[in-house]
Design a binder for this molecule. Structure first.
Ligand code: HEC
Length: 121
C-alpha cells in the first residue's frame, strides 16, 4: 500500500524542485546586503583609487561603484564564460554563481564612483 503512494509523491516533489529551479534561473534578483559576504573578494582591487593590478602593472582596475547593476552582473558572466579575457577576473568570476553576480551588481550599483568603502555596513 505504501509503495504505491511514494512514486507520485516523488514525481511531484521533483517537479516542484525543477519548477523552482527554472524560475530562479530565469530571473535572478540581486540583493546588495547579501553581497556583504562576498565583496571581500573584490575590495582588494576595486576599492583602491588608481590601483593597477598584474605584473607589469599595466591593467588599471576600473572603479565600478555606481555602475549599473545589470552591467556588472553581465560583465562578470562574460568573464566566467571567457568572452572577456582578463585572467584574474576570469578566475574570480569563475567562482561566482548567478546569484552572487546579481548580488554584487546591486552592491556596487548602490555605491558612487568615489565610495572608498562599503556603504552598506
Ligand atoms: C586582483 C585584482 C581584482 C580583483 C580581486 C577583482 N577584480 Fe574586477 N577587475 C580587475 C581588473 C584589472 C579589471 C579590468 C579587466 C579588463 O581589462 O577586462 C576588472 C574588471 C572588472 C569588471 C568590468 C568593469 C567594466 O567597466 O567593464 C567588473 C564588473 C569587475 N571587475 C567586478 C569585480 C568583482 C565583483 C570582484 C569581486 C568578486 C572583482 N572584480 C575582483 C581586477 C580585479
Amino acid at each position: 500500500m505504501k509503495k504505491r503512494t511514494i512514486l507520485p509523491r516523488l514525481l511531484l516533489a521533483t517537479g516542484l524542485v525543477l519548477t523552482g529551479f527554472t524560475a530562479q534561473a530565469d530571473e535572478v534578483k540581486g540583493n546588495a546586503a547579501a553581497a556583504n559576504a562576498k565583496v571581500w573578494l573584490c575590495v582588494g582591487c576595486h576599492s583602491i583609487p588608481e590601483y593597477r593590478a598584474d605584473y607589469p602593472l599595466v591593467y588599471k582596475v576600473p572603479m565600478i561603484g555606481g555602475q549599473n547593476a545589470a552591467y556588472i552582473a553581465s560583465a562578470l558572466a562574460a568573464y566566467k564564460k571567457g568572452e572577456r579575457k582578463h585572467p584574474t577576473m576570469r578566475a574570480i568570476a569563475g567562482s561566482l554563481s548567478d546569484q552572487d553576480m546579481a548580488d554584487l551588481g546591486e552592491y556596487y550599483a548602490a555605491q558612487t564612483a568615489s565610495s572608498p568603502k562599503n556603504p552598506l555596513k
